[in-house]
Write a protein that binds this ligand. Structure first.
Ligand code: SME
Length: 157
């Protein structure tokens, strides 16, 4: 496909619905997980302009920073640490409406107020997480979880 994203106006659900087939087309023919993570992060940034969007990949005992869009961020997060490490440990999506109320939240940026973390699972194991941060409180809900889980499943690894 032509590498140009069509961004529609509308509700969050409508924008995810428009984005999903475009991400499928963009990454469906590519096997490389890092390349696909890079384009997924960029497509989400272009569509929603969230404060920070990116991946951490499981490497041994830690999550290590992978493709992202936004300000510089922490490079390593331990198992069970922060929201990302908790999503890894508990193998589930975590929505944090107010980061100040999440015990152990890791503040890579003081501007981040709410976040969602979605694990990428391969052979029953978490191999990476997608972290999306907003500078607004309560920015994420079940709609984001639903679509981000669909999007992350498109990434081969
Ligand atoms: N807030 C995350 C750390 C990653 S940064 O937000 C980019 C956490 O608590 O795991």
């Amino acid at each position: 496909m032509a590498e140009e994203l069509v961004i529609i106006q509308g509700s969050k659900e409508e924008r995810y619905e428009a984005l999903l087939p475009q991400i499928e087309a963009l990454i469906g023919g590519e096997e490389d997980a890092v390349a696909n993570m890079a384009n997924v992060a960029a497509a989400l940034k272009q569509t929603f302009d969230f404060f920070w969007i990116g991946f951490y990949m499981v490497k041994g005992e830690a999550l290590v920073l992978a493709p992202f869009q936004g300000p510089v961020a922490c490079t390593r997060i331990g198992y069970g640490k922060g929201v990302c490490g908790t999503a890894w440990k508990e193998v589930r999506t975590i929505i944090v409406p107010d980061v100040d109320l999440f015990p152990g939240h890791i503040a890579c940026s003081s501007a981040s107020r709410s976040e969602i973390v979605v694990p990428l699972i391969s052979n029953q194991k978490v191999v990476a997480v997608l972290d999306v941060d907003s500078d607004a409180l309560n920015a994420f809900d079940a709609t984001d979880a639903f679509y981000l889980e669909k999007i992350i499943k498109l990434i081969k690894n």
